[in-house]
Unconditional design. Structure first.
Length: 317
């Protein structure tokens, strides 16, 4: 049995990573500030990772005798949605990455480290670009710069032989239990309000085009990366398909089983964390991990809505 510590295991991606490892018989230790009832089946270790010293993290990993460490944290969701200061972003995305590197490297054995980066580390790319791992990163925002710095810290440590690690650069995600701060999380809230009021939901639609991957497919890639015979590499994750935000919104409303009349679109340019285009080349993930996405966007959005409705029913009962 592999013992897996999932840092940020209570988050949107983290909880699915926990589920993926558990389904395959591994023992999961969720590491986060506060426990979550939906992860009660797993061991829980309380730790404020943004403030933890490397020695504290080392002590935890040593006590739990972990074989794999997954860093599924993201400072953009650490406090209040995306509204973080650059100092907070640097502490959460870079400081924590370095602390984890130090903690893992200090153990008398060598756990596998899987670090979650973002496809937005590549920065803005021309429309039509298929983003592969040979593209030179050029981030322009505090969030994307700090995410890149965290990923580079892991890659440098792996190159120096200090850790056995891989960096996964993840596209936008969809699927069950989204972060309320994410665009798809906001769509759920808007549609719930619209159904309660009987007034169609009004969504600001930008002309951006994005690659959306189901969070469960992303979690399976993390599990496969934990056991793959590759180190010191970047591997991009996505669906391989680019969809306009307009198509995403309309697909969501249809997947929820509602007529188009429930949606009103308002066109406006929206400032994003990355550029206006993402489409991921997933060839390397297929070659090195034996991974391919399995869940289509329509199914991902349908499951996302059904899960949200079911949770509301349970909460109201």
């Amino acid at each position: 049995m592999t013992r897996v510590a999932v840092l940020g295991g209570t988050g949107w991606l983290g909880r699915q990573v926990c589920a993926s490892f558990a389904r395959h018989g591994d023992e999961v230790i969720v590491v986060a500030r506060n426990p979550a009832p939906y992860l009660a089946e797993h061991r829980f270790a309380r730790l404020d990772l943004a403030l933890a010293a490397p020695e504290t993290i080392t002590d935890l990993l040593r006590a739990e005798r972990v074989d794999v460490v997954v860093n599924a944290t993201d400072a953009a969701n650490a406090t209040d949605g995306w509204a973080n200061t650059e100092e907070q972003l640097a502490r959460g995305n870079v400081g924590l990455a370095r602390a984890v590197i130090g903690a893992v490297g200090a153990l008398p054995w060598r756990p596998r480290l899987v670090h979650m980066g973002t496809i937005l580390e590549y920065g803005e790319v021309p429309a039509g670009t298929l983003i592969d791992e040979n593209l030179a990163p050029d981030p322009r925002t505090p969030y994307t710069r700090t995410k890149l710095d965290g990923s580079l810290a892991v890659l440098d440590a792996a190159a120096a032989g200090a850790v056995d690690a891989v960096v996964l650069r993840l596209s936008n995600i969809s699927g069950p239990h989204p972060s309320p701060a994410s665009f798809v999380g906001k769509l759920i809230a808007m549609l719930c309000t619209a159904l309660d009021s009987g007034v169609p939901m009004t969504v600001t639609v930008t002309e951006a085009t994005r690659d959306y991957l189901d969070v469960r497919d992303a979690a399976e890639a993390v599990r496969l990366a934990a056991g793959a015979p590759v180190t010191g590499r970047v591997i991009n994750l996505g669906s391989g398909r680019a969809v306009t935000i307009r198509e995403l919104v309309r697909t969501f409303v249809a997947a929820a089983g509602l007529p188009p009349e429930m949606l009103r679109e308002r066109n406006r340019r929206v400032v994003s964390l990355g550029g206006d285009w993402t489409q991921v080349d997933i060839g390397l993930a297929r070659d090195l991990l034996g991974w391919s996405p399995r869940i289509p966007l329509t199914d991902s959005l349908r499951d996302m809505w059904r899960t949200a409705v079911a949770e509301q029913v349970v909460a109201g009962s």
